[in-house]
Design a protein around this ligand. Structure first.
Ligand code: ARG
Length: 614
């Protein structure tokens, strides 16, 4: 692709002379229709617009200047002016050889970027539920992808550990500890969650407050947050407010309880993350509480520069300059700060302290308006700019809702949120049954290890492989199937390739498939299925880059699935160990190795464990 692109650029320049753009881009992509070739260049249409000549004429003049006889057949033109290129088998082999290194031809950027990824986002005293699955695995996968491409990825778990609801539960726990009914050391997340809910339901909703929130149209997250905040009866609210003041002023007795609650919540969260093979730990956690000193300072800054203004006693930042009608509320009339205030401070910290060139937020799509508002407000305030004047890119990698088989948001029968740890346990238990059935020769320990990888891989893959922005239906049966676009299918594809290598050493000796030996074998691509898998392999880097640009991990999943399919067809059509000639066998073994490398690397980017056997 690199060579093709360079040759095309030269051809465009010489064909169009002064009319050529400064850095001509051939707009190369893998061919839509393999009947016409392996790649297509779509540049003739836009170039024709520049000159007013017919696109087919431009396409022909580019072909006339194009010097690619050493790597491809004579190009053809189809449709409005697509240029089709069919590579010579030798060129394909050379391309594969170039990519067949441990780095798989992924070059590191000349100037790595710092990408800050917001992920997980659990809340204090609450269990992780299925919604956090997406925020965790998509965020972690994106961070892995950016790191894989040579960027500096920083994870930020925006832990919801501050504000009035938090003070409320802290107060409730403290009362019981003080009364000797509860020991802090025996605190569990389940009991915390119960106390949190009790504290809420004991009080009647303050509907007036809620109506005011609705009037601002702040979106469901702010609404839910404020709903919780106003859910207390006057007295209870007063108590909670006093507790918040105590917390804010660092009252030791309160802080000790609050810290313990945070620890219990995070330990349970990190245990889920560990099982999910998602890298989220204390090091990546920056709770809302870590912004508490920044909030008054940021608000004062916005106020003094006239960016924030008063509205009905509250303080807002207008963002209609970016076409968003609802203003961003940053201080309530009672002086309290909001979710948005913290996130605006977050942009400032992530850009100006952490050096983020790109901020990515793996957060539920239902918070779309919130992110539009805080991005616009942060830009207005200059918080998304670096000291050298360059601007960071702010992006909400929004994801859809996980649905139950009835098409409604996934809930238990009794209407509760489904606990993430229960989901993980069930997936692993189901995987264990399937694995035992499929491979009775595995020991109990092996079964457990395989089941953990397969069950969790299945959940993650089902999540990552569906179009990020869309809702998807959670189905154990579908995600655990060994056929189709599933985690187990891809894990199994890799296991099959690994078993080919075990067999190869059995039949031909340890050395036959050693890296050193295969590195020296030439790719000989004569069969159509060999060419097809080669072309598929060559797409890998482009797929990674495309996925990183759009934050769409499902592109990687779709690609790996296609690759596994191309491999199956190749393997069915072309004998490897039984090949007649040694050079053919070696070339095919090397194709197997490269496919295995790409599958392993791709699954690694997605954070899905791979196995030797299953
Ligand atoms: N704790 C929030 C919630 O449960 C998610 C946090 C998302 N991240 C952020 N920077 N706002 O909805």
């Amino acid at each position: 692709m690199t060579i093709l692109r360079a040759r095309f650029a030269t051809a465009i320049t010489s064909a169009m002379g002064d009319n050529a753009p400064a850095n001509p881009d051939p707009l190369l992509s893998p061919a839509k229709n393999p009947e016409f070739g392996d790649y297509q260049a779509n540049c003739a249409m836009p170039l024709a617009k520049r000159t007013g000549k017919p696109p087919r004429e431009i396409a022909q003049s580019i072909i006339d200047s194009l010097d690619i006889a050493d790597i491809a057949d004579l190009p053809t033109i189809t449709g409005p002016g697509f240029i089709n290129i069919r590579l010579l088998a030798g060129a394909l082999g050379a391309g594969l050889e170039e990519m067949d290194t441990p780095a798989l031809g992924v070059e590191h950027p000349a100037k790595p970027e710092t990408v800050v990824v917001d992920l997980c986002g659990v809340n204090l005293a609450k269990q992780m539920h299925v919604g956090h699955l997406r925020a965790t695995v998509i965020g972690d996968g994106l961070a892995r992808l950016f790191a894989r491409l040579g960027h500096n990825a920083i994870r930020q778990n925006h832990f919801g550990d501050w504000g009035l609801p938090i003070a409320m539960v802290t107060h409730a726990v403290k009362l019981r500890v003080d009364a000797g009914e509860l020991s802090l050391d025996a605190l569990t997340l389940a009991s915390l969650e119960r106390m949190y809910k009790d504290a809420q339901t004991n009080c009647a909703a303050d509907l007036k407050g809620l109506a005011a929130v609705r009037r601002f149209g702040l979106g469901p997250k702010a609404e839910a947050e404020l709903e919780e905040q106003v859910a207390g009866a006057e007295e209870h609210l007063g108590e909670s407010k006093r507790a918040l003041v105590s917390l804010q002023s660092g009252d030791e007795a309160y802080v000790r309880v609050w810290e313990k609650i945070a620890r219990v919540t995070l330990d349970a969260c990190f245990e889920n993350c560990r099982r999910l093979h998602a890298d989220v730990t204390d090091e990546h956690t920056a709770g809302e509480s870590t912004y508490r000193a920044d909030l008054p300072e940021v608000v004062a800054d916005l106020e003094s520069r006239g960016i924030a203004e008063e509205s009905d006693g509250a303080l807002v930042v207008r963002v209609d300059n970016e076409g968003i009608k609802a203003p961003c509320l940053i201080r309530k009339s009672d002086g309290g700060f909001l979710y948005a205030t913290t996130d605006i401070s977050g942009v400032r910290r992530r850009v100006q302290e952490l050096g983020g060139d790109r901020l990515v937020y793996a957060v539920d799509a239902r918070q779309g308006l919130h992110f539009k508002q805080i991005f616009a407000a942060a830009r207005r305030a200059g918080y998304a700019s670096h000291a050298d004047g360059s601007d960071a890119e702010l992006f909400h990698a929004a994801f859809g809702t996980v649905l139950g088989e009835d098409g409604r948001p996934f809930k238990t029968r009794s209407g509760e949120n489904v606990k993430l740890s229960d989901l993980i346990d069930e997936a692993v238990a189901r995987a264990e049954r399937a694995v035992r059935e499929k491979n009775p020769s595995l020991s109990d320990d092996e079964v457990r290890e395989v089941a953990e990888a397969v069950g969790i891989g299945a959940i993650k893959y089902a999540d990552l492989s569906s179009d990020r922005i869309k809702d998807y239906v959670f189905s154990f049966d579908r995600m655990l199937a060994f056929e189709g676009n599933t985690g187990p299918y891809l894990q199994y594809a890799l296991v099959r390739i690994r078993s080919i290598f075990r067999k190869a050493s059995e039949c031909f000796g340890e050395d036959v498939a050693s890296d050193a030996r295969l590195d020296a074998c030439a790719f000989a691509l004569t069969e159509q299925k060999e060419k097809a898998i080669a072309l598929e392999l060559l797409k890998y880097q482009g797929v990674l880059h495309g996925a990183a640009e759009t934050c769409e991990l499902h592109r990687i999943c779709g690609y790996l699935y296609d690759l596994a399919g191309a491999f199956s067809s190749f393997f069915a059509a072309c004998p490897v160990l039984q090949a007649e000639e040694e050079s053919v066998r070696d070339s095919r073994l090397r194709l197997c190795r490269l496919t295995g490398r790409v599958l392993e690397d791709g699954l690694g980017v997605l954070g899905i464990r791979t196995l030797e056997r299953m």
